[in-house]
Each structure stands twice: as C-alpha cells, then as structure tokens.
Design a protein around this ligand. Structure first.
Ligand code: AMP
Length: 210
C-alpha cells in the first residue's frame, strides 16, 4: 500500500511497481474517474464529492474496492493507491482482506514537503483514458498532450484548481494522516523521502518493499 498526500507520487510509483512486477495497481481515484467517464450511477455520485475535493462516502468506496479486489486472482499481488483514506476504510480493508484470504504485506509512506506537492500538482497532467500521470515540466508525454502509453488525451484534472487542491490537502490532514499512526502502530509502515526524481523515489520505494 502506498500512503501519502495528493501529489506525493503514489500513482506514479504504484504504476511503475505494478508494471515491473506484474502486480495489479488498484487506485480508487482512477476507478472513480473511469466511472465518471462512463457516466455510471456511481460516477455521477462520486463526481459531486471529487469536484469539491471531498471524500466519497466510505460505504460507497469500500463497496467499489470489494468488487474490484474480488475480481483479482488470489495469487496476484495488489498495490493500493489512494485507498484507504480514512480509519473506517482501513478497518473495512482488514475485514475484506480476511474475507478474501489475503494479508497486507506493507505500507510505504511517501513524504514530500507541502510546497513541492503544490508545485507538482500545478504541473500534473493525467491521461483521460488510461490515467497515466505526467509532469508537464519534468516528465511530459513525448507528443504534446498525447499519452505515450495509449494515445489518449493528456489533460489537467478538473479537481486540481488551487481551491480544490487546498481542500484535498486539508482533507488529507484530517481524514487520512491518522492512518500513518494506525499502520505505524502495527509495525508495517515504512516512511520514505518522496522528493527528487521519479527514478530516485522509485529506488527508495522498492527498497522499502524489499
Ligand atoms: P486521487 O486520484 O487519489 O487523487 O482521488 C481523486 C478523488 O477521488 C479524491 O479527491 C476523492 O474525492 C476521491 N477518492 C479517491 N479515493 C478515495 C477514497 N479511498 N475514499 C474516498 N474518496 C476517494
């Protein structure tokens, strides 16, 4: 599991690790955005929260994770990104893992100073199709606004205006940060320095997983 505030690199690092090792990258934000694009009922519900930078209710989120996780072969390892985000979700995840005969191997916390988070989010662009994340300054797509991986349109997310980002960071502090102590108390948490280049952080994350 990757834990950390918006812009700390969870999505980028989770995608890299999953691709390298053949694990499944399970990102609740990506799942919500897919529902949004498909205009499903869940997508419409989630949109009202996402647009305000608030969390989608726990019951809805846990249900979506239950469905997704249940469809992954038990032998396949999973990297969680953006889930859990509340202690209620963490408790629900415990129950769900038990139900599925799985266990949590470890939690990596990505620590990044706030001004760097803001700078990264301001430059962040995401593929609307496959959700690959780019930094328009340091890691842009090869063709302007075209995803390297799938050819989809690379755009800035609608929930990344300065006001919404501010709100998301506050929500992280109040709702999600308590998970640091939650997992630290269990002895499964490793904190890594999340600043620096993609490759540097990648090495630290892989080292923490070892
Ligand atoms: P992310 O792509 O992880 O930044 O998530 C984008 C938005 O999706 C968040 O600001 C929330 O509105 C929603 N979201 C993603 N994951 C969760 C979660 N675990 N619990 C509640 N809301 C979530």
């Amino acid at each position: 599991m990757l834990l950390g505030p918006p812009g700390s690199g969870k999505g980028t690092q989770a995608a890299r690790i999953a691709a390298e090792r053949g694990w499944v990258h399970l990102a609740t934000g990506d799942l919500f955005r897919t529902h949004l694009r498909e205009q499903s009922e869940l997508g419409r519900l989630a949109k009202s929260y996402i647009d305000r930078g608030e969390l989608v209710p726990d019951a809805v989120t846990v249900d979506m994770v239950r469905q997704r996780l249940g469809a992954i072969a038990p032998a396949t390892r999973v990297v969680f990104d953006g889930f859990p985000r509340t202690t209620a979700q963490a408790d629900a995840l415990d129950a769900l893992l038990r139900e599925l005969g799985r266990s949590l191997a470890g939690v990596v916390l990505l620590e990044v100073p706030r001004d760097e988070l803001l700078a990264r989010i301001a430059k962040r662009a995401t593929c609307a199709n496959c959700q690959t994340v780019y930094n328009l300054a340091t890691n842009p797509p090869r063709r302007t606004r075209v995803c390297d991986r799938c050819g989809g349109a690379v755009t800035q997310r609608t929930d990344e205006s300065p006001e919404v980002v501010e709100r998301r960071l506050r929500v992280y502090d109040t709702e999600t940060r308590p998970l640091v102590d939650y997992y630290r108390a269990r002895g499964v948490l490793r904190a890594v320095d999340g600043s620096g280049t993609l490759a540097d952080v990648g090495r630290r994350v892989v080292g923490a997983f070892a």
